[in-house]
Design a protein around this ligand. Structure first.
Ligand code: LLP
Length: 421
């Protein structure tokens, strides 16, 4: 469920008409709903009710300071994957004890930054990384709280580019080698093992792969405890999928996901961490764009928008589907016709949808991409020197710009021309 509904034929973000925001900030822009973010966080929190747990929002899905701040105030922790995300988390007042650091290639500088600023846990993905962390922590005279990310060799059944838990993927330590790595970790200075971490992929639409992976983690927990390690925490990653189109079969609900967690690891007495990103932010955001032209090609029609692949790259990158709807609802009985929906960037890949049934929308009218709150703005670039589009947060009947559109002067000021030119 989200809070983007038509009222009297006009798409609203909570209580604010979308055209009102467009008039204030210009198009394209991202628009997030605070009520939807809040509701989605609460669904996960309730799904783990009764278990000692922390929901760590995967900031890579949406790292706007206002979004992170809102979730932090609800009690969320965060999962960060870079020094930049760590800095954002701290700027959004997330305390170190609620920050988990993931990622396959943490640098020593990032390790130092986290250990200095405060960190709940660092998820280590390889032996070389473990040794580097040991050196960094020991040189600072501190102990790094560590969970090893294990690769359970489970196929999440998701898009090739976002599957991470098969043995051919670059992520984690093969689960069969985990005992040896934990044995090494126990001997290293500056390392304090606290748990196990797993994450098998994103946009999962079945519970079974989670259950298979978590079952393996439970088995490993017992084995490591028998070896004398103290395993008090399990980080079960993110990955629960969302419906990208209303006609799709709905992915499992957080409640069902929570039940799978209880069934597999619920009896181990561990604190449970999860790292959902997409399900919290995805359907809490729209990308709003204006139609620039309708163009008749040879046997095809094109709707050319002012948004492009640099603003929302998911269709170009993964062939992803986003529902695209007119902001002013079509009158009943108006027929949809198939049209290609494209952006103005000079690449054929700048195509959001091919032969998409759309009611007639004319130049100057607005359309909205649904499910654009996760992996939307964060993956945007300035390709074609197109400024990053603004982000707006709506709460009830109020809205605020939470990232402004840069001016061309601001964009140009980041470059410099050497004096010898
Ligand atoms: N934890 C780890 C270690 C991750 O790598 C990810 C996502 C998450 C949590 C959050 O997963 P989520 O709950 O959002 O599925 N750009 C792609 C998605 C990449 C996901 C990468 N890792 C997309 O637009 O579909």
């Amino acid at each position: 469920m989200d809070h983007f509904l038509y009222r009297d034929g006009v798409l609203h973000a909570e209580d604010v008409p979308v055209p009102e925001i467009a008039a204030a900030v210009g198009t394209p822009f991202y628009c997030y709903s605070a009520a939807t973010l809040t509701r989605h966080f609460a669904l996960f929190d309730e799904a783990l009710d009764g278990m000692d747990h922390l929901v760590c929002f995967a900031m890579k899905a949406n790292s706007n300071l206002a979004v992170v701040k809102l979730l932090g105030e609800l009690g969320a922790g965060v999962d960060v994957v870079s020094g930049g995300e760590y800095a954002r988390a701290r700027a959004a007042d997330i305390p170190g004890e609620r920050i988990v650091f993931s990622g396959v290639g943490k640098t020593r500088a990032e390790m130092r930054q986290a250990l200095e600023g405060g960190i709940r846990q660092i998820n280590v993905e390889s032996e070389p990384e473990l040794r580097a962390l040991s050196e960094v922590a020991a040189s600072m005279g501190v102990e790094a709280p560590v969970a090893m990310r294990v690769n359970p060799d489970v196929d999440a059944g998701t898009h090739e580019k976002i599957a991470t838990g098969r043995k051919e993927d670059k992520f984690g330590i093969p689960i069969a080698r985990a005992r040896d790595v934990y044995a090494e970790a126990a001997l290293l200075p500056g390392i304090r093992v606290v748990g196990i971490d797993v994450h098998i992929g994103s946009q999962l639409t079945e519970i079974a792969p989670f259950e298979a992976a978590y079952g393996k983690v439970a088995e490993l927990t017992r084995m490591l405890r028998a070896d004398g390690h103290e395993i008090t925490r399990l980080d079960l990653g993110g990955g629960l999928g969302i419906p990208y189109t209303r006609s799709n079969e709905a992915p499992p609900l957080p409640r069902e996901y929570g039940e799978a967690i209880r069934r597999t690891v619920g009896d181990l007495g561990c604190e449970i961490e999860i790292e959902p990103g997409r399900l919290i932010a995805g359907n809490a955001g729209l990308l709003v764009s204006e139609v620039i032209y309708r163009k008749e090609g040879d046997g095809r029609s094109f709707l050319i928008l002012d948004a492009a692949m640099n603003d929302l790259v998911r269709p170009a990158m993964y062939g992803a589907w986003h529902d695209i709807v007119p902001v002013i609802e079509a009158a009943p009985g108006v027929e949809a016709a198939e049209i290609d929906i494209v952006g103005p960037v000079c690449e054929s890949g700048d195509t959001f949808a091919k032969a998409r049934p759309m009611p007639p929308v004319e130049p100057g009218e607005l359309v909205a991409f649904r499910s654009a709150g996760a992996y939307g703005a964060v993956m945007a670039s300035e390709y074609n020197s197109r400024p990053l589009v603004p982000e707006v947060l709506v709460q009830g009947d109020q809205f605020a710009v939470i990232r402004a559109r840069p001016t061309f002067d601001e964009m140009l000021a980041r470059d410099s021309i050497p004096e010898w030119l």
